[in-house]
Design a protein around this ligand. Sequence first.
Ligand code: C5P
Length: 247
Amino acid sequence: MRPHEHIILPLDVPTVQRAIELVDLLKDDVGVFKVGLELTNATGLETLALLRQAGADRIFYDAKLHDIPNTVAGAMRGIVRQRAWCVTVHTLGGKNMLKAAVDAAKQEAEERGLPRPLVLGVTVLTSISENELHNELKVPTSISVQSYATHLARLAFEAGCDGVIASPHEIQAIRAAIPSSDFLIITPGIRPAGSTRGDQARVHTPAEAMVRGASYLVIGRPIYAAEDPKAAAQNIAHEIEGAWDLV
Ligand code: C5P
């Protein structure tokens, strides 16, 4: 993989028009475009086709599916037909639900002759604090957010998921727990040296995250809010390339 292919750009913008502009501008400088619930609920799932036409070859659909297995399987079949490169599901839906998602992605892709999307598990949302985990969600206090996230990553692996979304802080624990170097770890919370954090409380640089074992980096505002987004993406790709010498 070339360095820029590790960059996932979230299209956190309110209109399809603006999302298409970003795809057009950055399609040669990032590897993947991420579309989330905000954009698809405002504009419909057909947005994925429009972005593909604009040049987004790989679309990460952050669907965060979480329902009974039969419903998740049905949703996954629809998503396969939209040709997403990757789809997220909540690991808290349990192993049967995760397996249903993976099986539906395989079956629908095979039946339609389409590529199978990667299925990625969301572990503990980084918005959940230790306090919420223990006092609201009643996870025993002996289990930290990090060990819970690692446990959920193992569940995703056992269910056949291709990887997980995780905080850069959790990468090493997850790598140590999963007996496959092919298991993907995709991480947000990345800020190149010198850029502003925005609302991300705990951040890592692209090089740090790659050295820790990340497969892909979700990087938004440092690219699309930069004065020169192309140059910003190219600088990050350069930093990723430099990180390989450190591994
Ligand atoms: O602009 P920024 O680089 O902070 O964007 C990060 C992206 O990753 C956003 O789309 C955000 O919703 C997403 N994300 C995150 N933290 C998580 C999960 C997803 O920042 N734990």
